[in-house]
Design a binder for this molecule. Structure first.
Ligand SMILES: [Zn+2]
Ligand SMILES: [Zn+2]
Length: 174
């Protein structure tokens, strides 16, 4: 009996790319620089220090969040077969994070590719619509989803070991 291997997801687990982290840090530093060193010279009377710390740090954090968000969208959109460039621009130009809100409202379910024919398939598909490849482990008798480690179907008692390889373990073997 084959031991189930750890299901590895090779396609980027890192959802925030390095460039957006770098940009986030840079923007935080820039904002702090502006608010602490440039702006006070232009003001006649500065507000109390506590208020300034709070205000300046908030703006700095907001600026870096902005870039982290764009980085996230750039990674998340392709997983859903959405245009990352289009949504990065939307997030960039819309003020006050409205672009990100729109993105989360409108984003599509995650898609992956069929291992056999590379057609885009959604995460809830059991079979590939193009080549009939079994994408999830399911019972060869009632076709309900089973865990790849199950010996028998929990719904109909069908012995899964008797199924063809694709029914149970092909999901694991890729
Ligand atoms: Zn296919
Ligand atoms: Zn069954």
């Amino acid at each position: 009996m084959r031991e189930p291997q750890s299901i590895s997801t090779p396609d980027d687990t890192r959802l925030i790319p390095v460039w957006s982290i770098v940009l986030a840090i840079a923007s935080f530093v820039l904002v702090e620089y502006y608010f602490w060193l440039v702006l006070p010279d232009q003001q006649h009377h500065s507000p109390p220090l506590g208020f300034r710390v709070y205000f300046n740090l908030s703006w700095g954090m907001l600026a870096s969040l902005y870039f982290l968000m764009i980085g996230y969208v750039s990674k998340d959109a392709p997983r859903r077969a959405m245009s990352s460039r289009f949504w990065m621009v939307i997030c960039f130009v819309m003020p006050a994070g409205i672009g990100a809100v729109l993105y989360f409202l409108l984003r599509q379910p995650e898609v992956s590719r069929c291992p056999a024919c590379s057609t885009h398939v959604q995460s809830d598909f059991h079979f590939c619509p193009q080549c009939d490849y079994r994408l999830t482990a399911n019972c060869g008798n009632c076709y309900r989803t089973v865990r790849a480690t199950d010996q028998f179907c929990t719904r109909c008692g069908h012995e899964l070991a008797g199924d063809h390889m694709p029914a149970r373990l092909r999901v694991m073997s890729d």
